[in-house]
Write a new protein. Structure first.
Length: 424
């Protein structure tokens, strides 16, 4: 672990600063939109635009890197992202914000791809798993820190927007100034939607539902807090608990995932998340109940993506894992685009608790579908035939993340008996 930190500290610091900026703007936009009188329907469109841009970026940015290189793409997208963030308070209009959010989603996706390429280049097969874990921790710490900074600022002014832009600009320096050479960039072969669905219907449906769930949690939690009359400090604490729950529960669920029928674990985890949504929707125990609900929902939702990905890989040959995972990433993005829009519509109908109602429906749907799939396919008899659980940063996963994970799956597979990993 210390070796990984020594080799990658600059990149991890850059990622954490980037996530502070990105995490704060996600909360800030929701609260500022409410202060500006934007309707819930419009705010859901604004939020969804980020995920549409992110999805487009995952498809377009790799080709941009191949044509002009990592450094130029990184510098260009970083500049656009920083400029877009500081333009929010200057262009307070629904259509402008939608366009800016789309631009930011595209830019952040490209920045993640380049940063993860450099991170991947600083690790070996032996250290890649620990690097991925540290990468996830850096992301979570960045988002939680962002909420603390948001709580001490004023969403109605310019200062927080300027701070977000500065943090994102500063995040590029550790990455660009690191001594790590520019890495090669490779893409995986394609796999059709029909092929991946035939391999794992539960994986496809589950990942789609998780896209909607994550986009609602990441994009609409600030809107929920503002509509519920929470103070800035309370909103920040509420959102922090979502990610603290994900960070603390990720590894216990991962440990169970490698020892139980993953479908049973998916059912149990989704049902616990459903109960957390019920607690949040009913408003029992006041603000304390909201914090408990946020912790439970975040703690269940964050690991579910990784469990579903591992379950799909249980039924794949190694050479197909990268293509399948990249296709699942696209499916997740499609779900993410629709999540805030449906959440916003529900909040218009039933009020702020529609936020929890939407997530509860997805949790219940995932649990029900997993139960049905258990009647259609027998469980894997031996753990030796199963892929190993690896935590995945679902909220910001890119094609490079997928490549890193496949490398990690390869190491786990070849080192299971204590032998050295084969050279690629």
């Amino acid at each position: 672990m210390f070796t990984v930190i020594r080799n990658s500290w600059a990149l991890l610091l850059g990622i954490m600063l980037l996530m502070i900026g990105n995490g704060m703007q996600g909360t800030l936009i929701g609260v500022r939109g409410e202060l500006e009188g934007f309707s819930t329907a419009w705010m859901s469109v604004v939020v969804s635009a980020y995920f549409a841009g992110f999805l487009l970026g995952s498809q377009v940015v790799p080709e941009m890197i191949r044509r002009v290189g990592h450094v130029r793409v990184f510098a260009a997208l970083g500049s656009f992202a920083s400029a877009g963030l500081i333009l929010y308070p200057a262009l307070v209009q629904e259509v402008s914000w939608t366009g800016l959010r789309f631009l930011l989603g595209f830019c952040f996706c490209g920045v993640y791809i380049v940063a993860e390429s450099w991170l991947n280049n600083t690790t070996t097969n032996e250290t890649r798993g620990r690097a991925l874990s540290l990468y996830m921790i850096a992301q979570m710490l960045g988002i939680v820190t962002a909420q603390g900074l948001f709580a001490v600022g004023d969403a109605a002014g310019y200062t927080l927007f300027i701070l977000v832009s500065v943090l994102v600009s500063l995040s590029f320096a550790p990455i660009l100034l690191s001594a790590t050479p520019v890495p090669p960039f490779e893409t995986t072969k394609a796999m059709s939607f029909r092929e991946i669905y035939a391999v794992s219907p539960l994986g496809c449906i589950g990942i789609f539902l998780m896209g909607g769930m994550f986009s609602a949690l990441f994009g609409m939690s600030g809107v929920f807090g503002a509509q519920s009359g929470l103070t800035s400090g309370e909103i920040a604490l509420f959102i922090s608990m979502i990610f603290v729950g994900g960070m603390l529960v990720q590894y216990p669920i991962g440990w169970l995932s490698d020892r139980l029928d993953r479908r049973r674990l998916i059912v149990i985890t989704a049902l616990i998340g459903f109960l957390g949504c019920v607690l949040g929707a009913t408003g029992l125990a006041g603000f304390t109940g909201l914090l408990v609900a946020a912790f439970v929902i975040g703690g269940m939702a964050n690991p579910l993506y990784s469990v579903l990905l591992a379950y799909t890989n249980d039924h794949l040959d190694y050479e197909d894992m990268a293509a399948a995972s990249a296709r699942l990433l696209f499916i997740n993005g499609l779900g993410a685009i629709g999540g805030p829009i449906v959440t916003g519509a529900l909040m218009d109908v039933v009020g702020p608790r529609g936020f929890f109602v939407f997530i509860a429906v997805l949790m219940a749907g995932l649990a029900s579908y997993a139960v049905w799939r258990m009647t259609q396919r027998p469980a894997i008899e031996s753990s030796d035939d199963a892929a190993q659980y690896v935590p995945v940063p679902a909220m910001a996963a890119t094609p490079v993340t997928i490549g890193n994970l496949v490398d990690e799956w390869e190491w786990d597979e070849t080192s299971a008996d204590g032998v050295e990993a084969e050279a690629k």
